[in-house]
Design a binder for this molecule. Structure first.
Ligand code: NI
Length: 258
């Protein structure tokens, strides 16, 4: 079996120190490819460095909405330079987070729009982080992202109604272990309407271990197998068949070698 963790943070301290063991456990579980995602220019640079060490690892470069307040014109120049590395397969994570509000909304919107322009310039897909800002996120994607061909809503925890709006735009939806949580009934309803050619999997590790491993404080790619098995069952499919289709979807979306 071959699964791809399309959104992990392998450069974060919780995982970086022991990354070879993390990847060995991942491969043993059937999670054989990884996209490690940057949250600022420093983490994005680290993501590229790490991806260059492992054949099946790729990098996404971007500024997280939490860090938007620190992004200057020079930051965007640096991001453009990073985006041209051959291991970079996406811009992200970027978007809006009106739950934590670590950056003012105006900064979040400005830096999100600027990153959509970078994605358009280099014809890269965009990994969108959207928390309690659904309408505003869709609005910026329409205004500034009209030239972006591939968009994924990562760690989707919205409703079926919101999923339909996202799918109608031709965007993809990615699920984390959150979908396995007891109180995630709304997200499970959304899963039911997402076709497998628009559905991807991720851990968003080191955060949010899936059930039945939720007590494991540091999530890692190996645990994505639990999310995959859970979603396969929800879709009424064998895990192997489900994995094959979802991996094909991920490879097509991120233009990974097949
Ligand atoms: Ni993330």
């Amino acid at each position: 079996m071959e699964l791809i963790d399309t959104h992990c943070h392998l450069t974060f301290d919780e995982l970086a120190a022991d990354v070879e063991a993390v990847l060995a456990r991942s491969e043993e579980a059937g999670v054989t490819g990884w996209i490690t995602v940057g949250t600022d220019t420093q983490q994005s640079r680290k993501a590229i460095e790490l991806a260059n060490e492992f054949e099946n690892m790729y990098a996404a470069v971007g500024i997280h909405p939490h860090d938007a307040k620190d992004a200057t014109a020079e930051t965007m120049v640096e991001l453009k330079e990073l985006a041209q590395n051959e291991k970079v397969v996406a811009i992200g994570e970027t978007g809006l987070d009106f739950h934590y509000n670590y950056s003012p909304h105006q900064d979040q919107k400005r830096v999100f729009a600027a990153q959509l322009k970078v994605a358009e310039e280099f014809n890269l897909p965009v990994i969108v982080h959207c928390r309690e800002a659904f309408d505003e996120t869709m609005e910026i994607l329409e205004q500034s992202g009209s030239g972006v061909k591939r968009v994924v809503f990562h760690c989707f925890s919205g409703s079926a109604q919101q999923a339909k709006i996202v799918l109608d735009k031709g965007f993809h939806i990615s699920f984390t272990g959150v979908v396995t949580f007891k109180n995630a009934e709304k997200t499970r309803d959304a899963v039911k309407i997402v076709p497998l050619d628009s559905l991807m999997l991720e851990t968003d590790c080191p955060y949010m271990s899936p059930e039945p491993m939720r007590k494991q404080k540091i999530n890692e790619p190996a645990l994505m197998i639990h999310t995959a098995a859970f979603l396969a069952e929800l879709k009424g499919m064998d895990l192997a068949d489900f994995a094959e289709v979802v991996t094909a979807t991920s490879k097509a979306f991120f233009s990974l070698p097949s």
